[in-house]
Design a binder for this molecule. Sequence first.
Ligand code: HEM
Length: 504
Amino acid sequence: MAADTPSVSKRRLPSWSRRHGTTLNRPRTAGTRGLILDRPTTKYHQNYCGTAVPVMDIWWMSFSSRKSVLLKTATGNMLQLLLSPQYGDHEFEWIKVYGPVYRIKGCLGDRLMVSDPMALQYIVNSPSFHFTRNVQAMLHWLFGEKSMIARRGDDHKQLRAFLNPAFAAAAVRRYQPVFARVAQRITEQLESREAHLVDMCPLLNDAALSAISQAVFGCPVEDLGADFVEGNSQVVELTSAQSASQILFDGIGSLLPAWFLSNAVHLPIKTFSLLRTQLHLANREGWRLVREKSEAAKQGLETDGDLYSVLLNSDRSASRALREEDIVAQTALITIAGQDTSAKTLSFGLIELAKNPQFQESLRTEIHAAFGTDHENIPYDSMPLLNAFIKEILRLYPVVAYIDRVALEDVVIPVSESIVTTAGKRLNQIHIRKGELVSIAIASYQRMASRWGDDADKFRPTRWLDGTVYQGEAVGPYANLFSFLGGPRTCLGWRFASVFISVS
Ligand code: HEM
């Protein structure tokens, strides 16, 4: 078992956990309260191993020293940022020393790490910032140029407007029974295992893909084909891997011209071959699903209410309406963006439950009470501890720890706290030059003492209940968190993910 996975042992599952299947036994209460997560016995390495969007634009440590840096420059570099034993070992110290805006060294120029909430809000909502050329190419390779994340401007806005209703709160609530069945299956798998310790990560990955397959595509994951499922896992693994050579490779990539980057995927290299094959399989499956559903609709057959059926049955008569190929083109994006992110968030949740048995017990009691006798209509929204727990996990462990954007023009961004430059000057806004690289430091923002309190580094879900979390203007779509980003490119599946996590 990998050292960073929550370990579980099983004995007997009472009915409530048959649906939830994530808690396992601990000898002191065995047999009476179901399965309880053990304290992890190994030292785990809390690397942010999953990213919805692969971090392509990672720069090799720089030997350049731009003397004219305006803001304080941390002594850090990309190796420290990305390859520390635990994510944030350096970054969370830098923010304490240098504040919420500082520079670190990158290849051929510094990068600005930004965690100031006002600046973040500005960046994600401003058309002056976009993906770097590297990331843009990577999005094309992984998801195709017609995927929503690869589109720009009005094209992106329009597609998003078509897809949004299918991811709205009411629509997502309809998938609750699907998620419950998936959770039930994990439970059964755990029950059937003889092993005392179980590696939960693969189980949670399978569960997340299964939930997406049933809720979005309306079919069991097996129908997508073993080659597609296996390829998806390999791509997810590839995109979340970090190493010094990967950092170097990405740094070199950032120097290459756009025409080369967009064609590089056709090079006869194993990695590119995997990406090409997987995108082909996703499109093949997407077309199969769309054709089958359209055919069923023509014959007047009832569909399962899955997301693709909802989209196909929406009013598509207008001239610029959602076309079948637009739906198909989201298949790779939704499976990759949705699977690993949700599974990793759940894994971090299990680790914290294992480390905090008392909280685990209180959460269990709340769940028992909410389940009562009606197992169909569980009021997930009215479970304070469960909701506080999910928010705290998303806050402490945003699986996309930071996101890069490049300034498309000279721009001035506001900050909520003034910044002192290396020359001792106080600034209330930051001047960014065209072409400058800015990192949206999500993980840092979510540990800022000024925002979350002096115990920001600690797992303390009750902060969401005792009124100590910041109550001011909202950033991000959920709980003042940036885990799902914010602005026009906010994660499309954030409600989907939070309901899936609640039910699981
Ligand atoms: C805990 C789970 C999740 C987290 C933390 C997460 C996080 C994110 C983030 C940070 C982005 C913005 C990336 C960028 O612009 O650079 C994003 C985009 C996106 N996510 Fe998620 N995500 C999660 C689950 C999901 C799920 C379950 C789905 C679909 C079922 C999904 C679909 C998408 C899509 C389609 C986009 C692109 C949005 C656009 O470009 O307008 N995500 N996600």
